[in-house]
Design a protein around this ligand. Sequence first.
Ligand code: ADP
Ligand code: MG
Length: 226
Amino acid sequence: MTRSNRPISASAGLDRAFVVRWIEAAASSIHEQRDHLTQLDAAIGDADHGINLDRGFEAGLARVRDSDALPPGRLLQLVGETLILSVGGAAGPLYGSCLREVGRSLGEDEAFDAEALLVALRAGLQEIVRLGAAAEGDKTIVDAYAPALSAMERALRAGRGAAAFTNAREAAEAGMRATIPLVAHRGRASYLGPRSAGHQDPGATSTALLFGALEAAVRPAAERSA
Ligand code: ADP
Ligand code: MG
């Protein structure tokens, strides 16, 4: 069995270092994709999505680097609160509340397994839906997030270990692409009505980046340095 196929759900293999890698990878891919996210938002919103998230994740990462004593769940709560405070627009508070809820669900434990992370990510999605009332198909974050969790759950049930994170990222990307023909029913893009069709949703796109960062964070150290 290769290192990358080693089941990760069998034991509590995810820890503070994993959460730090997740936030670092998220901050760096959002920074790289900042202009792309902003261009997508220019087409059906107000051209601030990349700028908003880049500022928020940079601030969140700075807090993470200042807080080396906190357990992983508390770190995510801190990142969430930082996003809520530092990012305007719809997506900052939605992602911030989501990450705060993911962190609360993980609690005070020093380590957790992929099943606990799935439960926590589900709590985060529920918070986004509670606050934003979007359903799948409304052309939002939910269109990438919900299928990612379904794919992750299926893969964990099948005992696929770390591949669950790859499946989640792939499903988030498929959900992101599937927003292109949709008419928006939530957020600013909904003001355009049918004219919102034909454009990829910026929030679904940033959600796919966050699942890509999760996949990168879970890879064993040996594979990352290879
Ligand atoms: P704003 O629209 O306030 O400028 P952003 O540009 O940062 O905020 O984020 C826009 C993204 O937020 C959209 O592409 C969409 O995916 C997401 N979004 C907007 N409203 C909702 C909602 N009610 N539920 C879930 N996601 C939403
Ligand atoms: Mg915007």
